[in-house]
Design a protein around this ligand. Structure first.
Ligand code: NAD
Length: 438
């Protein structure tokens, strides 16, 4: 029903005839309404996901607003190009050739639970800027802000049928959406395993598909880095949002000269983090999203221990609630499961290196390639290192610093395509070539 409604609205409605400038105005209104409701949206996100209200407000909601406004500007700037054609077998003809970008159509959007509203807006903003219609399936653990977004979209003035929100289980609502023959494009954020299923389902009908998947991102601290800045940065890179961040700096590589002190400093920072109820303004880290996620994270720590890892700090799950102590593991190697697999919790694995070639090899030795950060004040070294890192984003002296202007997405098994930046427009449009014999 949702896909049929989205189809009907895309093909024949006030929306399908709407001018770009109107789409721009609507996106601004939508962003303004999210801003006006920021506090209640942040509280909903906290209740649903466990993250703190402070993080939800300052990060999730604010980044979503910025991105909606950024994409609003693009609604009036979607361009093709004119070309000079020389078709050889029609020698005397004069041609007018051009390309145009047209909305891809009905978009099926499936998102994860770690940034529920923000991930939805990463998909809604380009879809609505380009004139598509959307069926959005939020994660089963966190449907509340998606449903509220649907209400706010109507309040902003979007015609009914432009945004359709269908909560449900992955293997049920998600699978139905990803295998639906009348969906023109699928956009997915979630695990690499489910991403592969969605990619396969998409190919059955040649549905366009973009995938934002998992990661195991390296934080690389070079010999000359400021140790205090690097320690705080590396701690933030992994512990932000309870470590439930696709591009979390979950593998730490530190020059051997700095290694012991840096691990001690990060452990000290971890022990000082105030864990508790996300509604409490003094809380710095909330619980895991669910009991299952708490068990999964704790299970990884136990597995790491059984493979010989030492716990520098943390290691425990505790309740009531689904809490995890921020954890640092040492004495691990590149083959350890805790180094290879995405834990998706506040668990850092730390390893020393001796030279740049070695750290490049270790950093790239992963099926993932989403993000990486380099901590250093040696500009030449940093510039030489950036092209050698196989990941979609590289941050220098910061980590998980996201901005609407910069495309975000993965190399290797971290995904296909990009979100944000003007690059995302091509994923929500089809390119049509026109050649007129005039
Ligand atoms: P998940 O893959 O289990 O679920 C994501 C979404 O897919 C949910 O809405 C779920 O209901 C749905 N789903 C599950 N099975 C499905 C199926 N068979 N068919 C269709 N849909 C299905 O992931 P998760 O545990 O919710 O999220 C964590 C993962 O998301 C991590 O791997 C993380 O790295 C990744 N992630 C990536 C990004 C990014 O931008 N690259 C951002 C956030 C999270």
């Amino acid at each position: 029903l949702a896909v049929a409604t989205a189809r009907q609205t895309f093909e024949n409605s006030a929306w399908s005839r709407m001018k770009p400038v109107e789409r721009e105005r609507l996106l601004w209104r939508f962003a303004d309404l999210i801003e006006a409701n920021a506090q209640s949206l942040a509280e909903l996100e906290c209740l649903d996901n466990g993250k703190t209200v402070a993080v939800a407000g300052a990060v999730d909601i604010q980044l979503a607003i910025n991105f909606l406004r950024y994409m609003a500007g693009w609604a009036t700037k979607i361009e093709g190009s004119t070309v000079e054609a020389s078709v050889p077998f029609i020698p005397d003809a004069q041609f007018h050739g051009y390309t145009r970008r047209e909305p891809v159509g009905v978009v099926g959007a499936i998102v994860a639970w770690n940034f529920p509203l923000l991930l939805a807006c990463w998909k809604l903003a380009p879809a609505l800027a380009t004139g598509c219609t959307v069926v959005l399936k939020p994660a089963e653990d966190t449907p509340l802000t998606a449903l509220r977004l649907g209400e706010l979209a109507l309040e902003a003035g979007y015609p009914p049928g432009v945004l359709n929100v269908v909560p449900g289980l992955g293997h049920d609502a998600g699978a139905a959406l990803s295998s639906h023959p009348d969906v023109d494009k699928l956009t997915f954020t979630g695990s690499t395993g489910v991403g592969k299923l969605i990619g396969k389902a998409a190919m059955e009908h040649m549905t366009r598909v973009t995938l934002e998947l998992g990661g195991k991102s390296p934080t690389i601290v070079l010999e000359d880095a400021d140790p205090q800045v690097a320690a705080q940065g590396a701690a933030n890179a992994i512990f932000f949002n309870q470590g439930q961040v696709c591009c979390a700096g979950s593998r730490l590589y530190v020059h051997r000269k700095l290694f012991d002190n840096l691990v001690a400093d990060i452990s000290g920072i971890a022990e000082g983090i105030k864990i508790g109820n996300g509604l409490d303004p003094l809380t710095e880290m909330g619980p895991m999203v669910s009991s299952a996620q708490q068990k999964r994270v704790h299970g990884y720590i136990e597995q790491g221990r059984s493979e010989g890892a030492q716990v520098a700090t943390g290691g425990d799950a505790f309740g009531p609630g689904f809490f995890m102590k921020p954890t640092v593991l040492v004495d691990v190697n590149q083959q350890s499961s805790v180094v290879r697999e995405e834990i998706f919790g506040p668990v850092l694995v730390a390893m020393p290196f001796d030279n740049i070639d070695e750290v490049v090899r270790m950093a790239n030795d992963s099926p993932y390639g989403l993000g990486a950060s380099i901590w250093s004040n040696n500009l030449s070294e940093v510039h030489r290192l950036i092209p050698r890192i196989k990941s979609g984003s590289v941050w220098v002296n910061c980590h998980t610093a996201l901005d609407p202007t910069l495309p975000f997405g993965g190399f290797k098994q971290s995904g296909l395509g990009r979100e944000m930046g003007s690059a995302c427009i091509e994923h929500y449009t089809e390119l049509k070539s026109v050649l007129m014999n005039v």
